[in-house]
Design a protein around this ligand. Sequence first.
Ligand code: SF4
Ligand code: SF4
Length: 129
Amino acid sequence: MTDGPSKDHGSPGNRDVVLDPGVYYVCQRCTACCRWPGDVRLEEEEIPVIAGFLGLIEADFLQQYTRLRSNRNGLSLIERENHECIMLEGNACRIHPVKPGQCEGFPNKWNFPGWRRVCEAVPVAVELI
Ligand code: SF4
Ligand code: SF4
């Protein structure tokens, strides 16, 4: 993936999101978004849910799987040295049923300029009411 956007692929908080209400993008589970550099933002209310899913007390979950976001304003899942998310196991997400909103929301609820070059999701027309 050399021709995609540079290292920062944005986050749900970015200001450059462009959404098309007439299209829903169906994820193809290519896992590209689990492998690119940057934060996987964890919100406060997601912590007990994910910890419980893993059968851990919150303190252990926080210690083993999280770090400060790059802007130090909140937590992120740990990024491995090769930049993939610590929850990625082969081509599957270890916490798929309870994955963070950042993961669940991409690319239909947030995206970034150039995202189509790095995501294999297939567009499907949505009937607008
Ligand atoms: S990059 Fe796109 S198609 Fe690939 S896993 Fe992420 S959302 Fe799905
Ligand atoms: S939590 Fe799961 S879906 Fe989200 S980046 Fe990590 S492996 Fe991918």
